[in-house]
Design a protein around this ligand. Structure first.
Ligand code: FA5
Ligand code: MG
Length: 418
């Protein structure tokens, strides 16, 4: 359910746009758009971006594309089905029905190929409506990488030579790879492709990314002959790639999902007017990698303006974050009845809480969900954890924030507080 809007326009990045029944972009989200953490010198996300770029020196490096895209770019050009859940207003942020915030950097694949780029990286902020906790934030950053070559003997020779070079490099390194076949019945070759070509492209994709994982992680896990860097490949599905894979890295006792990737679906390349080419693409999440490399415990910290956070980092250096004292948590419960016949999506609740309390909210949990057997009315109870990263929050402040949440809930959704 979309929130009630008093005005018919919304200002985003200095431009005014008409609103409609799809509009759900919130003031908190609008305030994040200009920040571009991946371009702020010394910021951990900026150093990580540079580290990835340095591994692909012959690629074009792009990082200034607008986060505003059409649903056509974000979904249709990539063959997302019409009923894909990612399109819904509960999952994505819309300025209006024709304009949205990109949910992934893949939204730019077609336009970048169309410009004639054949080897490129693109880093950007992406937006998804989500729950609130220490590892989920509605804005995060991705690096997209892609390589396409001519679908002819010359193109295949280029890939084969690169595969030999990369394989030789990996053979000399302490890396243990749990692989899956390049092709399988559930992860098939595309009808338009020669399976031999697909095998070569998939192999190039895997070698390129295994080598990137070594570059990012090996020095930091202290990989030795007895203790190699462990990388695991998993079969996956994306509407615009097949075969498709996900990559996980074993780091400090846990498998960490780093990226999704695959052999680009030919209709996607047709959309970019490069039908004579074939190749691969990947999309990697920067925050999860930065959190483990820097030991940053909470995803909100990336957005902190506190000098005790920012002054710890230097461009180009990965250092362990030294936490400053954690301030006390302050839990407040909000229980309410919804108007008859009405639901409330958790993401709508979380956005409202973020609009009121910003990054002072650490965590939101649904405690109770009850439907009255006679009246059929629904009651919800959420527990909000208010905790500032920068200072001690008084109980009065938390109460006052919570009172604003309650009054906003009444105004936007017509709830009755219990
Ligand atoms: C994608 O976004 C695809 N665009 C990736 C891709 C590109 C596939 C090109 C094929 C070809 P996914 O939703 O799995 O896929 O996200 C990719 C990575 O972004 C994840 O592996 C993870 O590292 C990161 N990521 C995803 N969701 C979040 C989140 N809520 N918070 C932080 N990082 C996230
Ligand atoms: Mg995934």
């Amino acid at each position: 359910m979309a929130a009630q809007r008093p005005s018919h326009c919304v200002t985003v990045l200095g431009e005014q746009y008409p609103t409609d029944h799809m509009t759900n972009i919130s003031p908190t989200i609008v305030s994040k758009l200009p920040l571009k953490l991946h371009t702020q010198p010394s910021h951990p996300l900026s150093t990580l971006r540079a580290l990835i770029e340095s591994h692909f020196p012959t690629y074009a490096h792009l990082s200034s594309l607008s986060p505003l895209v059409t649903p056509y770019q974000n979904f249709d050009l990539l063959s997302f089905p019409a009923d894909h859940p990612g399109r819904s207003v509960t999952d994505s942020y819309y300025v209006n029905k024709d304009l949205m915030l990109r949910t992934h950097t893949s939204a730019h694949e077609v336009e970048v190929f169309e410009r004639g780029e054949t080897k490129w990286l693109l880093t950007a902020d992406v937006y998804r409506r989500d729950e609130i906790d220490g590892s989920h934030y509605p804005v995060f950053h991705q690096t997209e990488g892609a390589r396409i070559v001519s679908a002819n003997p010359a193109g295949m020779k280029e890939i084969e030579e690169d595969n030999e070079r990369l394989a030789a490099h990996l053979e000399r390194s302490n890396i243990e790879i749990e692989d899956v076949p390049h092709l399988s019945p559930i992860n098939p070759c595309q009808p338009a492709h020669d399976p031999k070509h697909t095998e070569l492209i998939a192999k190039n994709l895997k070698l390129s990314l295994n080598s990137l994982m070594l570059h990012l992680f090996a020095g930091r896990v202290g990989a030795t002959a007895q203790n190699p860097l462990r990388v695991r490949w998993i079969e996956a599905t994306f509407p615009w790639t097949t075969p498709s894979f996900e990559v996980e890295v074993f780091f400090r006792g846990k498998w960490l999902e780093i990226l999704g990737c695959g052999v680009i679906y030919q209709p996607t390349l047709d959309n970019a007017n490069v039908s004579d080419k074939l190749g691969w693409a990947f999309g990697l999440g920067l925050e999860r990698i930065a959190m483990v490399l820097y030991s940053i415990p909470d995803i909100r910290l990336f957005w902190s303006q506190d000098p005790r956070f920012l002054s710890q980092f230097k461009q180009g250096e990965i250092t362990t974050f030294k936490p400053y004292s954690k301030y006390p948590a302050c839990f407040k419960d909000v229980s309410f009845w919804l108007p008859e016949g009405q639901g409330l999506h958790e993401n709508d609740f979380c956005d409202l809480v973020r609009d009121v309390a910003g990054d002072v909210v650490e965590d939101v949990k649904l405690m109770d969900n009850f439907t009255h057997p006679k009246t059929n009315r629904k009651s919800l109870c959420y527990r909000i954890n208010y905790r500032s990263m920068d200072r001690s929050l008084s109980n009065d402040e938390a109460n006052s924030l919570n009172a604003q949440v309650v009054s906003c809930l009444r105004d936007r959704f017509g709830v009755e507080i219990r």
